[in-house]
Design a protein around this ligand. Structure first.
Ligand code: ADP
Length: 413
């Protein structure tokens, strides 16, 4: 039997999933983040612990491995791959101080022009004393892959998007090359491309086959998309977690920085999407999860609520309305809590519909099916309300674990 291993380094912990040739899960293991070690040593420990937790009989038949990290979590390494400083995490905004400088270099509205972009982080790290020792700039997934295959300076075009890599032309753009940054930018491969076999040390330590391949990885959100089961143009995945995140598969890339819309390449297709500030976090302000479940049962999902809210925790929205001053709208509030919840679920469903309409207006393929992931996905009443608004089938994701998506990537799906 051939097995494939996907490893997810997410925001709350690391997970690994082993699947067989039919994409069935054989084992899942996890490692929660503990605030004890330095970041890189906890990553390394997590990776090795996860490998060790996989039963030996599976490990002996793993054909390929792919790893996803959090997007824009980056680090500097010396010539031997040793990190020279603490990595910058996905949400670290210290790069804001170099944005003006980047605006003079990068084309207007480029993805790199954000305080948390990989390029802004690299530019910020260039002023650290440790930069003198640095030879390679890597994403989290690149470095974790290096720990397994031993090759430095290789990335994938999902992780490299926010570094400025041109995913249409498959090269670093001239404006970036011309900077002649005093560091090796990673060579960029399509996600899932075999990079090399596991090193002899890793193979011996974990009893992995010596010809077990380590593939180019991806980011956590793309891995979660891959896990969903969506594959064809027009298929989408809505994540109903604390916030509302939409992703739509399309023949054409769609970008609009005003709304924070950008596209990732997925083979011959493009994965476009946006993130709204509305979502489950607002529901949690008013209801416990048990109340959400119980009150939802009282709602008649076939009837549209007339309550027209814009549920936000604080002022400001980017997608599908770009208005940093948009106030939360949560009135009038009916006395009956089920009626209030109906208004909230209906309003978030309207915002979701508006989001997909905007993506289509900007050139994405017509929406024909929506998979759902996240805490709100388990609410059948909400699914029915959303289906009525979206006018396409709303179904549960096949799987919502990024590690499962990375395992599919390792399998070449
Ligand atoms: P995160 O984005 O934090 O990872 P999750 O995917 O875990 O979020 O989802 C948590 C959210 O799901 C919470 O904000 C909560 O309001 C929402 N949620 C939980 N249960 C339900 C439910 N039955 N119906 C609607 N939303 C729910």
């Amino acid at each position: 039997m051939d097995f494939y291993l996907g490893i997810d380094f997410g925001t709350s912990g690391a997970r690994a999933v082993v699947i067989d040739e039919s994409a069935h899960i054989q084992v899942q293991v996890r490692y929660p983040w503990l605030e004890v070690d330095s970041l890189v040593s906890s990553w390394q420990k997590a990776l090795l612990t996860l490998l060790g937790q996989i039963p030996e009989q599976l490990r002996r038949e793993i054909k390929a491995i792919a790893i996803n990290g959090t997007s824009s979590t980056v680090l500097l390494c010396d010539a031997n791959g040793n990190p020279v400083d603490t990595p910058l995490l996905y949400n670290d905004g210290r790069g804001s101080i170099v944005l003006n400088e980047l605006r003079d270099i990068a084309p207007a509205n480029h993805t790199v022009l954000s305080a948390t972009s990989s390029l802004a982080k690299l530019r910020w790290m260039m002023q650290l004393p440790s930069f003198g020792e640095a030879r390679y700039f890597l994403h989290q997934a690149d470095w974790l892959g290096f720990l397994l295959h031993g090759k430095l300076g290789i990335s994938d075009y999902h992780n490299a998007l926010k570094l400025g890599y041109d995913v249409e032309k498959l090269q670093y753009p001239e404006w970036l090359e011309s900077l002649q940054l005093p560091i090796h930018l990673p060579k960029v491969l399509p996600p899932g491309t075999p990079i090399g076999e596991v090193s002899p040390e890793i193979s011996q330590q974990f009893l992995l086959p010596p010809d077990c391949l380590v593939c180019a990885g991806t980011t956590d959100s793309i891995a979660a998309f891959l896990a969903s089961g969506a594959k064809s143009p027009g298929e989408a995945v809505t994540s109903l977690g604390s916030t509302l995140v939409l992703k739509l598969l399309s023949h054409t890339p769609v970008e609009d920085v005003r709304y924070g819309i950008y596209s990732h390449r997925l083979g011959d297709l493009w994965l476009t999407g946006g993130a709204s500030n509305t979502g489950g976090a607002v529901l949690r302000e008013f209801f416990t999860d048990a109340e959400l479940e119980n009150l939802s049962r009282e709602i008649d999902a076939t009837k549209a609520s007339e309550l027209d809210y814009y549920p936000l925790l604080k002022v400001g929205e980017r997608f599908p309305i770009n208005d940093p001053n948009l106030p939360p709208r949560l009135t009038p509030r009916p006395e009956n809590p089920a009626e209030f919840l109906h208004g909230l679920l209906e309003s978030i469903a309207r915002i979701e519909t508006q989001g997909y309409e905007l993506l289509q207006k900007l050139g994405a393929d017509s929406l024909n099916q929506v998979y759902t992931a996240g805490g709100g996905a388990k609410n059948p009443t909400w699914n029915a309300i959303r289906q009525r608004n979206l006018k396409v089938p709303v179904i549960s994701s096949l799987n919502t674990e990024a590690a499962y998506g990375s395992a599919l990537l390792a399998m070449g799906r």
